[in-house]
Each structure stands twice: as C-alpha cells, then as structure tokens.
Write a protein that binds this ligand. Structure first.
Ligand code: PPE
Length: 307
C-alpha cells in the first residue's frame, strides 16, 4: 500500500494539501489513543464510482463517538457529503476512505473533555488487503494467544483507534509465526474475530458467525454477507462458536471492508475442508462482487454514486 502524496485531505471542513494535514505531537490522541474511525470502500462500478454502504459506515462512526462521549460537530449527512467530495476532489475511482475523529491539541492528562475534536477524511487507492491471490486461494490463519477485549474493558462495538493495539499484538504474533492473519478468541475462549475482519464458517450448508456480544465489531460486510446468504436460501446462525469447530468446518472465510470476502485455507496448520476456496464461499463472493461491479441490481441500495 502506498499513498499518493499529491492528494487533498478534508480537515475540519476544509481541503488541505496531503503533506500539510498535520497535528501537534502533544495532541491527546497521540498519547492516549483517543480516536474513532471508519474504513469505507469506493468501487469503480460499470455506472461510475460508488461508495459501498456509506450511510451505515458514517452512522457507525457517530455511534463509536457516542460511546466515547465525542460530540462530532457535523451531521451524518454533512460527513457523507464530505466523503463524496473527498473522492471527487482526488479524482479517485477505486479507493479506500478513512474518516477519523480524534481528540486534539490543548492539554494532556487522561481526562479528555477539554480537548478539541478534530475530524479528518482521507482517501487513497488500496488493493487487496491480504494479498492479490488471497481472494482466490485463501489465507492461513493462526489462533492468537491474545484474546479480544473482554466486556467492561474496551468496548468492541466502537471502532476506536485504541482497539487496534489489541489487533496489532495479534497480527504481529501471527505474521511472525508465518501466518497471514490472526484469529482471536473472546475472553471466555469462544471464537471472536480477526485483527481486522469478522469470521464465518460453514458446516453442513449452515453459515455460523459469532454474535455481537462475543467481542466483535459488528461488521458492515458481515451484515451484507448475512443478507446475501439468506437470499441464497442458506441458514445463518449467529451464536457462540467453540474454537475446535473452526478446524472441523467445511469452509471458512473472513469479511471486512478492506478484506472483502477472503477464504481461509488453514487454521493452526490444519487444513480447512479441501484446503481450497469452498463453493459456498465462491458463490457469496460472486454475489458480492457482482453488486459492487454494478453487474447485478443493487436491490438493497448499498451504493452511493459519487457523481
Ligand atoms: N472486525 C475488526 C476488528 C475490524 O477492524 C473490521 C474492519 C471488521 C471486523 C469488519 O468490519 P466492516 O469493515 O464493517 O465489514 N477493519 C477495517 C480496518 C482494517 C485496517 O487494517 O485498517 C477495514 O476493513 O476497513
């Protein structure tokens, strides 16, 4: 992934040059991780660039802010418009969009409410999250020794910068151990999620995914896949999944804005199913990519066109 540093970044309501979108080193966020953010994709569909589930992402940004008592000084509509403008101004077609709201520069100390809130939107081209081949051949996962945050520690439903310290521990461990990605259990030992993805498994034609009280981020891709699977007549169960059920699955895949729908071919060096992308995974990928390419009708209204 590389940035094009000639672009413009939306910074508190105005576009600034990429290299001038800077903050002070004594900003609250630098010291205490006080930020909430989103990751959104724009796809170059047959009918022009369109942002996938823009409204839902921006609503989740505001929800994350609410949990942390951040009063974002814009409306959901204003942020949606600013995101569209950011894509346009930068002449992007296929891109990843990163809005972030953080506590800025005024004073330090844990108590955050005297610091200003800054709101930033950046966008850049970001290809396949887990490598070009991953969508077809699948990735290798390792179960992390790090657990997802327990209830009453850090709220998993908020997409907050600080949560990604936990993700980084798991991701570094898995990559250094030779895996592509980590899968984390929740505090009680049942399956939770990846460092930046939700997880689904398929056993005997039923789709299983951990429910929202199992320390997951309620993924928007997860929600999209559940809708597409139900449309295909598949049974979807969101429930607690024991770790060993992963090893016995017929198919497994990860979902996320960055990861899209990525098949998993092994976990802890145990082959999942045939060790190749499964048929149901492939079918769901096709449905998903047909919508974002614009070749299938967008019946859920998931696409917001940039023009
Ligand atoms: N869980 C976590 C922990 C997570 O970070 C993501 C997204 C998801 C689940 C899936 O959510 P959704 O994108 O709404 O389907 N991770 C974002 C950040 C990745 C990054 O490396 O940064 C993303 O995919 O944009």
């Amino acid at each position: 992934m590389a940035f094009d540093e000639n672009g413009k970044i939306w910074f508190n309501g105005e576009f600034v040059n990429w290299k001038e979108a800077n903050i002070h080193v004594l900003s609250h966020v630098v010291h205490y991780g006080s930020s909430v953010f989103e990751g959104i994709r724009c796809y170059n569909t047959k009918n022009g660039p369109a942002i996938f589930r823009l409204q839902e992402h921006v609503e989740r940004l505001f929800d994350s802010g609410k949990i942390y008592r951040m009063e974002i000084p814009y409306t959901v509509d204003e942020i949606c418009d600013a995101i569209i403008e950011t894509v346009k101004v930068n002449n992007l077609k296929d891109c990843y969009i990163r809005p972030v709201v953080f506590r800025g520069y005024k004073e330090l100390g844990v108590y955050p409410l005297n610091c200003p809130l800054d709101t930033v939107i950046a966008a850049w081209e970001w290809g396949k999250y887990l490598g070009e081949e991953a969508l077809e051949n699948g990735v290798d996962l390792g179960v992390s020794t790090w657990r997802r945050m327990a209830p009453n520690t850090l709220p998993n439903m908020a997409k907050a910068g600080a949560n990604y310290m936990n993700s980084q521990l798991a991701k570094m461990e898995s990559v250094l151990n030779g895996f592509d990605e980590a899968i984390m259990m929740d505090y009680s030992g049942s399956v939770s999620e990846g460092s930046g993805e939700n997880i689904f498994l398929i056993k005997d034609d039923v789709l299983y995914t951990p429910h929202s009280a199992l320390s997951i981020l309620s993924g928007i891709t997860r929600d999209s896949v559940i809708k597409l699977a139900e449309e295909e007549g598949l049974k979807v169960k969101d429930e607690a999944i024991p770790r060993e059920m992963l090893y016995l699955a017929d198919e497994i895949f990860l979902t996320g804005t960055a990861a899209e729908i990525t098949p998993v071919r092994s976990i802890d060096k145990i082959t999942i199913g045939t060790g190749k992308r499964g048929l149901i995974t492939e079918k769901l990928q096709k449905k998903f990519f047909n919508i974002i390419e614009g070749s299938e009708k967008d019946k859920y209204g998931w696409l917001t066109f940039v023009e």
